[in-house]
Design a protein around this ligand. Sequence first.
Ligand code: AHR
Length: 336
Amino acid sequence: MQRRVRLGLLIVLGLSGFAAVGACRRETPAAPEDTSATPSPSPASRPLTVAFVQVGAESAWRTAETRSIQTEAGKRPGIELKFFDAQQKQENQIRGLKSFVAQDVDVIVLAPVVETGWEPALREAKEAGIPVVLVDRGVNVTDESLYTTLIASDFVEEGRIAGRWLAEKTGGKCSIVELQGTVGAAPAIDRKKGFEEIIAQHPEMKIIKSQSGDFTRAGGKQVMEAFIKAEGRNIQAVYAHNDDMAIGAIQALKDAGMKPGQDVLVISIDAVRAAFEAMIAGELNATVECSPLFGPLLFDTIAKIVAGEPVPKKIINQDRLFEPHEAAALIDSREY
Ligand code: AHR
């Protein structure tokens, strides 16, 4: 009965046919139909249930991502969005994911906090016939059929963009401290990789300290304080894997009597509004965009999946770099 309810729903949503639904839902052996039970609600009254397993609320970027997905869900008739905040813990995310499988939701959207350790939970979703869409971060699995598609930025390229900018600004000579994102997270791994790839071409660019600040402002400040204690004025540049950590580091530099943006170059990733404010204040030298505005593309993609239309295995956002000279003109048009 349940599958027929979904068909009715999809027609209401203007999404195409039942065969298509079968393409993304596991076909279960036909069970004898129970005609004695209370009549089921009309198909038209059943929403398409999309469950979003979010990392947490560690950064301004993250809350913008949540807002984008929730706002878009609210604009699409027939979508019911369930939301789970995992507070940056993979075990919570796995618990949330399994609970949504048990609830037999129609689609699961997962922003995985770390890359590894997903196979068993994703397999449960697959065996239940529930398509999983990864947003923002990828997973490291041997069986790629465990998820339907990944919608994300190219984090390696973001690291390269930051590295190229710093190489150009410093003439390829610089002592850098690096504030890494959450240990094991795709953006932390890839942003480090892309950045290192570029500075490897410049023998006089060196990362003198590197540690995780967990993508938070407080983490960035705390780690930067330790870097300043250890290296003091040897530090010529800060490369932070996100703006929140850069803003924490800027505070630590100011507390130590240094001038961020002048004595020490600061570059980070995300392009949140606070980064534009910091650039206008002359304290941040550049930020690389990583758009969290997944909502519209996510729900367009879900509509295709549910309709049985092919979707690419990876859908990659294009990112660019922003500098202080354009910050004032652009800040009011920033959506996050
Ligand atoms: O996965 C994207 C990263 O996660 C963002 O750069 C960061 O701000 C967030 O916490």
